[in-house]
Design a binder for this molecule. Structure first.
Ligand code: GLC
Ligand code: MG
Length: 566
C-alpha cells in the first residue's frame, strides 16, 4: 500500500526546537484552575494545588501551562467575569501565591501563560460600578457600551444582538439606558473605542509581564470592536463557539480589532521575543484566523477548525493543510487543540454514534441522551492525540485528556454552574461536563483532588482513570502522552507535513528529526487495519500493532502509530 518510502536527504540547516523561540513548538497544558487541584480543602482548585502538581506536569513533558482566569470574580462565568485584573481571587490564593507559583514553574522549566479577558469585565468591576453610579452621559459610562433604547419610551433594546449564552445581549438599567453584554449580564462589554480602555489593558499586560508571566491567552479575542453604527444582525441565530464571518458582522472578527493587537504586541516586545500571546478567536476560516498572527500582531491563535473537524481522514487532512497553509502565509506556527474547557471532551466527541464527532457548538454538545460508544471514543481520542502531537507547531493539552477522561454527560441538574444552563432556559446544559475535578488517586475524598467535597461531583469511573491508576502502567493513556511528548522533542521545526500515500480512510505523513531520521505518523480513521511501511522502530502506538495474513505488521483500525525510519 505504501510502496517504498523514499529516503529524504536531510536538510543541512534543519532547525530543531532549541533553535527557535519556545512558543513555536511548545506543548502547553491548560489548567482550569477550579478543577485541577485543591490545596486548601474547600472543594475548589487553587494556586496552592497547582504548585503541588507542577512536578507532575514537568514529568508529563509539558513546556508550559496556561491557567484560566484567577482574578477576583463573582464567578458568574467561572472567573471569566473579572472584577480586578491586578489581583487574585481569594478562593484561589493571593498575589504572593501567584508569584510563588510562577517562580516554582520557572524553576522546573515550565513557562506560564495566564488568561486575559479584554472583551468584558465583571459587573462588580469598580469601573462598571462607577458607571452605574455616574449615570447617562458620564465619562464613566464611556468605558462600557451604554446606549439608549429604541421604541417610544426606549423600552426596546438598542439592537437585536443576542448573547452568546442565550437571550438578548442588552440589559436595561432603572435609569433607562441599556448596556451591552455579549455574554452574561454580569459581563458588561468594554468600549474599545475609548482610549482609556486601550491604555488600561496595556498597563495590565505590563503588570503581569513585570511579575514574570511568559504570555497571555486572549479570551474572545475577535469580539472587542463593535460596529459603531450599531446595526441589527438580522435573523441570523447567534450562539457561542460557532464561527462568525468577518469583517461585516457587527461584532465578530471585525478588521478594526487588529489595531488593538498591534498595540499589545509592541508592549510584549519590550519584554523580549519570548513573551507570547495566543488568541482565542472562533472565526470563519483559517485565513481569517491567520490575520491575528501577522508579524506585528499576536504570536499564535488556536486552530479551532481542527477541533471542529469530524473523525474522517479526508476532512482531517484538508483541515490540517488549510491551517498550515494559512499560518505559513504570515510566518506563524500552527497551534493545535483537541479539547478545552468550552467544548465536549474529545474522548466523548469521537464516541458519538450519531456523527463522527465534529460538533462543538452548544447545540451539538454531547448530552445525557446522545448515543455513545465510550470505548470507541477513547480509542479514537488516543489516535487523534498522536495525530495532533505529530503536527508542526505548538499544541495544547487540556487537563485530564492525558488520562483519557470523558465528558461527564449526566451531572445532576442541580449542580450545573455554567451560565448557559440558566440563560438557555434549561435547553442547553453547558460546559460543566468537561470541568469536573481531576482524579489524582484511586480513592480518598475527591480522588486526590483535595480533602473536601469537589465543587462538581466526580463519577465513580474516574477512579480507574486517575493519575495513580495510570502512572507507570504500560498502554495507559497517561503513558501514551508521556511517550509521545518525549519523542516529539526530536522533531524538527519545519512547518510542513510530507504526506505519504496511504489507504483510503487513513493518513500517513513524515516529519524529520534532528538526527537525520524520519518519523512517520500513520492514522487509521476507520475500523480497517492499515498495513505499515518498513520501519526501524515503533516509537509510540495508540494500540498494540497486529499481524496480517502474510505476517506483515498492521495498524489496527481507529488507531495511530509513530514509526522511526532511518
Ligand atoms: C471564552 C471562554 C469561555 C467564556 C467566554 C466569555 O469563550 O473560553 O469559557 O465563557 O469566553 O468570557
Ligand atoms: Mg481550594
Amino acid at each position: 500500500m505504501f510502496g517504498r518510502i523514499m529516503p529524504v536527504s536531510h536538510p543541512a540547516t534543519a532547525q530543531t526546537r532549541a533553535d527557535v523561540l519556545w512558543w513555536r513548538t511548545a506543548v502547553i497544558y491548560q489548567i482550569y484552575i477550579r478543577s485541577f487541584a485543591d490545596g486548601d480543602g474547600d472543594g475548589i482548585g487553587d494556586l496552592a494545588g497547582i504548585r503541588s502538581r507542577l512536578p507532575y506536569l514537568r514529568d508529563l513533558g509539558a513546556d508550559a501551562i496556561w491557567i484560566t482566569p484567577f482574578y477576583p470574580s463573582p464567578m458568574a462565568d467561572g472567573g471569566y467575569d473579572v472584577a480586578d485584573y491586578r489581583d487574585i481571587e481569594p478562593l484561589f490564593g493571593t498575589l504572593a501565591d501567584a508569584d510563588a507559583m510562577i517562580a516554582d514553574a520557572h524553576g522546573l522549566g515550565l513557562r506560564v501563560i495566564i488568561d486575559i479577558v479584554p472583551n468584558h469585565s465583571s459587573d462588580q468591576h469598580r469601573w462598571f460600578q462607577a458607571a452605574l453610579a455616574a449615570g447617562p452621559g458620564s465619562p464613566e459610562r464611556e468605558r462600557y457600551v451604554f446606549r439608549p433604547g429604541r421604541g417610544e419610551h426606549g423600552e426596546l433594546a438598542p439592537t437585536d444582538w443576542e448573547s452568546a449564552f442565550g437571550g438578548p445581549a442588552w440589559t436595561r438599567l432603572p435609569d433607562g439606558e441599556w448596556y451591552l453584554h455579549l455574554f452574561a449580564p454580569e459581563q458588561p462589554d468594554f468600549n474599545w473605542e475609548n482610549p482609556e480602555v486601550v491604555t488600561e489593558f496595556e498597563d495590565i499586560l505590563r503588570f503581569w509581564l513585570d511579575r514574570g508571566v511568559d504570555g497571555f491567552r486572549i479570551d474572545v479575542a475577535n469580539s472587542l470592536k463593535k460596529d459603531q453604527s450599531f446595526p441589527d444582525v438580522g435573523s441570523e441565530a447567534e450562539a457561542v463557539l460557532v464561527p462568525h464571518e468577518g469583517p461585516h458582522h457587527p461584532f465578530w472578527d471585525r478588521d478594526e480589532v487588529h489595531e488593538v493587537y498591534r498595540g499589545w504586541r509592541s508592549v510584549s516586545d519590550t519584554f523580549g521575543a519570548d513573551r507570547t500571546f495566543v488568541a482565542e478567536a472562533w472565526v470563519d476560516s483559517p485565513d481569517r484566523l491567520a490575520r491575528y498572527t501577522r508579524a506585528d500582531e499576536l504570536h499564535t491563535a488556536f486552530n479551532f477548525a481542527f477541533v471542529r473537524a469530524p473523525w474522517d481522514a479526508a476532512e482531517l487532512r484538508a483541515t490540517i493543510d488549510k491551517c498550515l497553509a494559512a499560518a505559513a502565509v504570515v510566518g506563524a506556527p500552527a497551534t493545535w487543540v483537541l479539547s478545552n474547557h468550552d467544548v465536549t471532551r474529545h474522548a466523548t466527541r469521537y464516541a458519538r454514534l450519531d456523527s463522527t464527532g465534529g460538533g462543538v457548538t452548544d447545540e451539538a454538545r454531547v448530552g445525557p441522551n446522545t448515543p455513545l460508544d465510550p470505548a470507541l471514543g477513547l480509542r479514537r481520542a488516543r489516535a487523534a492525540t498522536l495525530l495532533m502531537l505529530a503536527l508542526p507547531g505548538s499544541a495544547y493539552v487540556y487537563q485530564g485528556e492525558e488520562l483519557g477522561l470523558p465528558e461527564v454527560v449526566d451531572l445532576p441538574e442541580d449542580v450545573l454552574a455554567d451560565p448557559i444552563w440558566e440563560r438557555s432556559e434549561h435547553r442547553v446544559r453547558g460546559r460543566d461536563g468537561c470541568r469536573v475535578p481531576i482524579p489524582w488517586t484511586t480513592d480518598g475524598p475527591s480522588l486526590g483532588f483535595g480533602s473536601g467535597d469537589p465543587w462538581l461531583p466526580q463519577p465513580a469511573s474516574f477512579a480507574g482513570l486517575s493519575v495513580q491508576a495510570e502512572q507507570g502502567v504500560a498502554g495507559s493513556t497517561l503513558e501514551l502522552y508521556r511517550s509521545a511528548l518525549a519523542h516529539r522533542r526530536a522533531l524538527t521545526v519545519a512547518q510542513t507535513v510530507d504526506w505519504l500515500p496511504s489507504p483510503e480512510g487513513s493518513l500517513a505523513f513524515r516529519r524529520l528529526t534532528a538526527d537525520g531520521s524520519s518519523v512517520v505518523c500513520v492514522v487509521a480513521c476507520t475500523d480497517a487495519a492499515v498495513p505499515l511501511p518498513a520501519y526501524d522502530e515503533v516509537l509510540v502506538a495508540s494500540t498494540a500493532l497486529e499481524h496480517g495474513p502474510d505476517g506483515e505488521t498492521r495498524l489496527p483500525g481507529e488507531a495511530a502509530v509513530w514509526l522511526r525510519l532511518r
